[in-house]
Design a protein around this ligand. Structure first.
Ligand SMILES: Nc1ncnc2c1ncn2[C@@H]1O[C@H](COP(=O)(O)OP(=O)(O)OP(=O)(O)O)[C@@H](O)[C@H]1O
Ligand SMILES: [Mg+2]
Length: 260
């Protein structure tokens, strides 16, 4: 179980103090798929970095299975929007996955079967000799997922992983990810600013307010069967509800942009 309780995050710099997060509380159950949704700059990546152990909290607590998160840990892996720069360009597809196994100190004898398992899971087994530069954007994301899964983490922390993909590839990645989630039972925390993406993927959506002092303003239980029928009137209703939560924030932040 992942839990943040009353978390605050303050960034100190030469320019002064910035209060990014204030009073953020969220409990994520094992095997749950939670989306963090909010306007640009509200602190989604900051919260994900806290869950990963890359950032410390300035106040409150962040725990994984009731133990304080104080550093990065192989039980929680982060996946990024730019898979290309997350992968090792001088290693082939297969070698990128193998790298994860070496890090985890898996006995060498088990490497071939494990590599096959995860490359098959993301349908890259017939592309194993290709280098990242020879893969499409969607294939690179699938390789990033396979490499993360090979470490056998409990939690996938995904920071807008599909934001740079075209709409068709993105939809395909949703199917791939949901299939992997169902088969592996991982906990997934998925950051997006795309309302439809959050509705089609999540068990629950945590909606965040614009910073400074951003917090979770609403937790929405989707409660619809998967695969989600995006023409269901309940989807339109959820979309409008979330949009109305975000719109005043977006307007306020664009007004601020114009002023400065
Ligand atoms: N290391 C840092 N030092 C100072 N301020 C920071 C630092 N990291 C983030 N911030 C500030 O904290 C706020 C939240 O940033 P964060 O990257 O978490 O937002 P986000 O919701 O992920 O935005 P986006 O959707 O654009 O990725 C921003 O105002 C940002 O400028
Ligand atoms: Mg971000």
């Amino acid at each position: 179980m992942l839990r943040v309780t009353d978390v605050c995050k303050v960034f100190e710099s030469a320019r002064g103090t910035y209060f990014a997060l204030d009073g953020v509380s969220l409990t994520i159950r094992d095997g749950e798929f939670v989306c963090l949704l909010g306007p640009s700059g509200c602190g989604k990546s900051t919260l994900l970095n806290i869950l990963a152990g890359f950032e410390s909290v300035s106040g409150g607590t962040a725990t994984f299975n009731n133990t304080a998160i104080t550093r990065a840990d192989r039980e929680r892996v982060m996946l990024f929007q730019d898979a290309g720069s997350a992968l090792l360009p001088w290693l082939s597809t297969e070698e990128n996955v193998r790298f994860g196994l070496r890090v985890r100190k898996v006995p060498k004898v088990d490497w071939p079967a494990t590599i096959d398992k995860y490359l098959r899971m993301v349908s890259l087994d017939s592309h194993r000799a290709k280098f990242p530069a020879e893969l499409s954007g969607g294939m690179r994301q699938r390789l990033q997922i396979a490499r993360a899964l090979a470490v056998e983490p409990k939690v996938l922390l995904m920071d807008e992983p599909f934001a740079a993909l075209d709409a068709l590839t993105r939809r395909h990645m949703h199917t791939v990810l949901l299939d992997i989630w169902r088969r592996t039972g991982k906990t997934i925390v998925f950051v997006t600013h795309d309302i439809a993406e959050a509705i089609s993927l999540a068990d629950r959506i945590a909606v965040m307010s614009t910073g400074p002092r951003s917090t979770i303003t609403r937790l929405i239980d989707i409660g619809l069967q998967r695969p989600r029928d995006m023409t269901n009137p309940k989807v339109a209703q959820l979309f409008n509800e979330i949009e109305s939560l975000l719109t005043p924030d977006v307007l306020r932040s664009s007004e601020r942009l114009e002023v400065h």
